[in-house]
Design a protein around this ligand. Structure first.
Ligand code: 13P
Ligand code: SF4
Length: 300
């Protein structure tokens, strides 16, 4: 084991810490994590760990969700300024304005949102359970924030009246139907799987629309051996590792999330040594945000 990996193992013991990482993290970071997963799996995992400290390798809203669900634990974000531009596209004040415009709508927020937005929402969801959760809501009118693309996808899969807010994930939103046409031409036998954060016109051309961990399972189980991957390119690290005989191509060069790339193995060591980047949420907001997250975790 390299010196740096040994140091991380030692720090895990000293701090009684567990390291969790999102599927978009650099390979070197995935390799030292105790658990790697999608947003739903990571939120669930954080409620199950016994360690006192959770070191979150991902972006701010993910560590914040872990802190909301586990107030008794210390949550450290691997890189303090790793944020999510989509989460920053809606403030609590903006959500309050939209709620005033649609007073009868039930509010569903994507987990890629701030704690304040979660606290003002009725339900939270991830891309893995957005359709199932929205379907389970008895009301017809759903104000879905902040991702217009995931909201649109949900509107096509349910009979709800889904009201969209104009937020998006820049790397996924930049993928174009022209890039799909080019990829289909280059790899005519490949299966195209995309994330629902892509635009509706891209989603419409895909063979499957899945969250990141759903994609990992799908490519393993599929009888196809070539895939075009329509999400952040690092997802292919795990896919290649799990399926050495299959071939993967990224759909677009735009599919790199600079915030997910901020964390390195060195930043994990520094964060643990200094116990820096502690993520906390004011208690009044935390309690209300936890209600919408608990409802998300209740959907299986
Ligand atoms: P999932 O891993 O939940 O599919 O999320 C994708 C994403 O964009 C996280 O920021
Ligand atoms: Fe945010 Fe998109 Fe990066 Fe996920 S991939 S953290 S949604 S910018």
């Amino acid at each position: 084991m390299s010196d740096i990996k040994q140091r991380i193992e030692q720090l895990k013991k000293e701090l009684n810490a567990v390291v969790v990482a999102h599927n978009y993290q650099r390979p070197e970071v995935q390799d030292i994590a105790d658990f790697v997963g999608d947003s739903l799996e990571l939120a669930r995992k954080c409620t199950e760990v016994e360690a006192e400290v959770i070191v979150f390798c991902g972006v701010h809203f993910m560590a914040e969700s872990a802190a909301i669900l586990n107030p008794q634990k210390t949550v450290l974000l691997s890189e303090g300024d790793a944020g999510c531009p989509m989460a920053d596209m809606m403030t609590g004040a903006q959500l309050r304005e939209w709620k005033a415009k649609y007073p009868n709508a039930t509010v569903v927020c994507y987990i890629n949102s701030t704690a304040e937005v979660k606290s003002e929402s009725d339900y939270c969801c991830t891309s893995a359970n957005a359709v199932k959760l929205t379907e389970s809501i008895p009301d017809k009118d759903i104000l879905f924030v902040p991702d217009k693309n995931l909201a649109h996808y949900v509107s096509t899969k349910t009979d709800k009246n889904v009201i969209l807010y104009p937020g998006c994930c820049p790397p996924h939103d930049r993928v174009t139907p022209g890039q799909v046409a080019q990829a289909r031409k280059n790899y005519p036998d490949a299966e195209l799987v995309v994330h629902p954060e892509c635009r509706p016109e891209v989603v419409a051309l895909a063979d499957a629309v899945l969250s990141t961990s759903q994609m990992i399972r799908h490519v393993k189980e599929s009888s196809n051996d070539t895939f075009i991957i329509g999400t952040e390119q690092e997802l292919m690290y795990r896919m290649k590792k799990d399926n050495p005989n299959k071939t993967f191509y990224v759909l677009s060069p735009s599919l790199i999330c600079p915030n997910m790339k901020k964390t390195t193995i060195n930043s994990v060591v520094k964060t643990m040594e200094l116990k820096r980047n502690v993520v906390t949420v004011p208690e009044d907001i935390r309690i209300k945000a936890k209600r919408s997250l608990d409802r998300m975790l209740a959907v299986v």
